[in-house]
Design a protein around this ligand. Sequence first.
Ligand code: PBG
Length: 331
Amino acid sequence: MITGKYPSLRLRRTRKYDWSRRLVQENNLSSSDLIYPIFLMDGKNKKQPVRSMPGIYKYSIDQLGSILNNVVKHKIPMVALFPSTPINKKDKLGTEALNENNLVCRAIRFIKKRFKNNIGIMSDVALDPYTAHGHDGLLKNSYVINDETVKILTKQALIQAQMGCDVIAPSDMMDGRVGKIRKYLDKNRYHDVQILSYAVKFASNFYGPFRDAVGSKKSLKSDKKNYQMDFSNINEAIREVALDIKEGADMVMVKPGLPYLDVIQKVKENFKIPVLAYQVSGEYSLIKNGIEKNLINKNSIIESLMCFKRAGATAIVSYFALDIAKKLSFN
Ligand code: PBG
């Protein structure tokens, strides 16, 4: 592939000037590549810092208007909603997940009414924000049971679709849930609601700050290894994606992000489907703390996001999305 050799061949030539570096740049980052996650809390006029995520807050629904105005202004195509459910509404069965007036449902209605189809709304399907034990499904003898959980998830998905959710995102890692959800949505005439499957979700140690934010950290007594994937595996990741595509997923997610770029690349190589990456809470906090302590500089954020693009990600869920989109629009 390489023709010529040093000293006539010099790869530094194209790196000499900014215009030239821009000219040969192989990947690009724009606001349209970003998805902004938002934490919700009960109450009025509330903006509460998330302790383990500097710069990130939980908001009551009445605060969403101004945030979403910014999101739309900076051309971020979609937000992802995550509820911090009050502890007294959590129980063993995650009953609150099926309440049409739960935090997420109210937020979806609020956003749809105000912003119509000018922004996409994505919402997780999983029980962990609602269960007292913090697991994504129902527990029997401390094992998360699959089929009974999937029954509830299909109902949760339909309710969110009825509220106006555009993209249903099952993040629970139960077997067979994508197919069941697709069928149930279609049966109820929600054919146009998309499914973004968290197809490859690893049992990761990088989710800690998120669990703190949604209040599942204290309640979670064990790990999620009997349903989320072993971080040593990649063939299994391909099988998960193949299955979810067959079952009707429109897009797939790989999660966490930066330590799993090889997985993103492999999935992208094997399947011609949008592959999203999730730069999770632990990754966010590591970078953010590093910047605040002056260990690394701010451009590390853009670098991390560009690396996802280089690996082949179609879009990235990132807690940095809004800050970075503001910067990108002036570029
Ligand atoms: C739960 C869910 C998790 C995240 C998104 N949805 C955590 C978990 O599986 O325990 C993590 C996101 C993050 O760390 O930013 N279904």
